[in-house]
Design a protein around this ligand. Structure first.
Ligand code: ADP
Ligand code: MG
Ligand code: ZN
Length: 509
């Protein structure tokens, strides 16, 4: 059981002053293949326990595994996207250990012959700089089943009366992506860790190989961390915090471990090489099992599977078909859409880029797409604890709605205020923008005679303001437009009113 005593922590600034952090991240990604890595069982998430199993993934005597070709293809594509070399020939290996949710008593993995190795991923940081994360390897393996501990208060094994095992997940393909030790990160270490996992997630999503849902465990991160005294050459002893399952937690776990290691080292104590558990609620880590570098899994080449030897032609075919890297795509779209850096950052933070791209593809302008997918809908989505794409999908809202709304503004049927009302109606589930505008009687008054009359009245009633505008103080026109709109009961065309006032007062519009 984990100890509940709280760790001594050094202040973060002092850690940075006295030490250099070294980080290594291991990310496990569940592939979205239809079937498991070594058998034909389905991989559907959330199925009834033990309904997606067979003799192979249950490790029954005599059952023989066969490699999933799509799993290998995905592994190669991931390796290529991470700028890795792809092995010409590699094998699977058995990693032997006992665990109740691993029925074979070994995990089929790769050891000294990974399918992909020696790559890198460039990570953009919030200050606009780039940090290059070196990739040690990306290898193929399989997931374990899941244990459920029943009867205790916490869901942990401690205090439970019995445990249940669900083998549906056993054998689902995993890719483990391991970084080389990251040095020189300094005080940015927590931010870099988070940015790396976020960048990797976007990359994998773009490849379409996984749904990368950290909250469902289809992407999980182990955080290795050690400190070196400033100026030291050799790495310190690392801790390995397992299964950190959100971006925010990755950042917090790095920071916590830095402060914990700092306090230990400053007190002349040794850091224990061990795995640690991350606790989302308290933001702390607690000791797991001790781990040595020479941990003996008795790895040996898997005798039941043929080696994987991807032809160079196939690898080059896969390379040529890779999607545009996310960072490059973002730059291209920002330029094409004319968004400022600040606008682009807001778009990315809100996860709107795909929606905007689809809206533009459906005929909308980038500015209108950005405007309507932000603002009111973002407020409503965040009140529901959702992002805009999820919220919009829940409402059945498509980019076509934004294109329709924009069309009603450009055609002169709606002014901006009316368009906002129409959009609110759409978000309230009242129908398409046209249906809402029809139902609510939203329609600009196109009667130019009425507009002219209102403009002349307002100019006559405000001789002082009119004189100012005649003298060239054009910004004063706003006050008159407001009065014209009021006279038109909010149904006037503000742009037309502005042009008309300026014309009457002899100013260019
Ligand atoms: P293990 O199977 O023990 O987890 P791996 O090789 O799979 O070992 O992963 C170890 C991770 O820890 C790698 O990302 C590596 O870069 C990183 N690492 C190794 N040594 C250190 C260290 N002293 N401090 C921080 N990270 C380290
Ligand atoms: Mg590991
Ligand atoms: Zn199976």
């Amino acid at each position: 059981m984990s100890t509940s005593t709280t760790d001594a922590l050094m202040g973060y600034d002092e850690v940075i002053e006295r030490f250099d952090p070294v980080m290594g991240l291991e990310v496990h990604v569940e592939l979205g293949t239809a079937t498991k890595m070594f058998c034909g069982c389905a991989t559907t998430f959330g199925a009834e326990p033990n309904t997606q199993v067979c003799p192979v993934c249950l490790g029954l005597p005599g059952a023989l595994p066969v490699v999933n070709a799509v799993g290998v293809e995905s592994a190669i594509r991931i390796g290529l996207a991470l700028n890795c070399q792809i092995a010409e020939w590699c094998r699977f290996a058995r990693k032997n250990y006992f665990y109740p949710d691993m029925p074979k008593n070994f995990q089929t993995s790769q050891y000294d012959e990974p399918i992909a190795f020696n790559g890198f991923l460039d990570v953009e940081l919030s200050d606009g700089s780039t940090y290059r994360v070196e990739i040690e390897r990306a290898h193929m393996e399989e997931d374990t089943g899941k244990s459920l501990h029943v009867g205790g208060a916490t869901g942990r094994i401690h205090g439970a009366t019995h445990s249940l095992v669900d083998y549906n997940r056993a054998g689902i393909p995993l890719i483990e992506i391991v970084t080389k030790p990251m040095v020189g990160a300094g005080e940015r270490a927590p931010e870099i860790a988070r940015a790396y996992v976020a960048t990797l997630r976007d990359l994998l999503k773009g490849l379409g190989v996984s749904d990368v849902k950290m909250e469902q465990g289809s992407m999980r991160c182990d955080v290795n961390l050690s400190l070196m005294a400033k100026g030291a050459e050799a790495f310190g002893t690392r801790s390995e915090t397992k299964n950190v399952n959100s971006l925010r937690s990755v950042e917090r776990a790095v920071r916590y471990e830095m402060c914990r290691h700092g306090a230990l080292l400053a007190a002349g104590e040794k850091v224990v090489q061990e795995t640690r558990h991350w606790h989302e609620d308290t933001g702390m880590t607690t000791a797991g099992r001790e781990k040595s570098d020479a941990e003996d899994y008795r790895y040996f080449p898997e005798p039941d599977l043929v080696p994987v030897a991807p032809s160079r032609e196939w690898v080059e075919e896969l390379r040529a078909a890779l999607p545009e890297p996310p960072a490059q795509r973002r730059k291209r779209l920002q330029t094409a859409y004319g968004f400022s850096d600040l606008e682009m950052r807001d778009v990315l933070n809100a996860g709107l880029l795909d929606l905007i791209e689809e809206t533009v593809a459906a005929g909308g302008s980038p500015a209108a797409a950005r405007k309507w997918w932000s603002g009111e809908i973002a407020r409503r989505a965040s009140a529901q604890g959702q992002d805009v794409p999820t919220y919009a999908a829940g409402l059945g809202l498509s980019p076509a709605a934004v294109v329709e709304l924009e069309g009603m503004v450009t055609s002169g049927r709606l002014n901006d205020a009316m368009a906002r009302q129409a959009w609110e109606g759409v978000l309230d589930g009242e129908g398409t923008p046209t249906q809402v505008a029809d139902a609510r009687g939203l329609q600009l008054n196109q009667d130019t005679g009425a507009l002219e009359a209102a403009v002349d009245e307002v100019i006559a009633a405000n001789p002082d303001v009119a004189d100012k505008i005649r003298d060239g103080k054009v910004q004063a026109v706003g006050a008159l437009i407001g009065q014209v709109m009021k006279a038109m009961k909010g149904q006037g065309d503000a742009a037309a009113a502005r042009a008309l006032i300026l014309e009457r007062l002899g100013q260019p519009s």
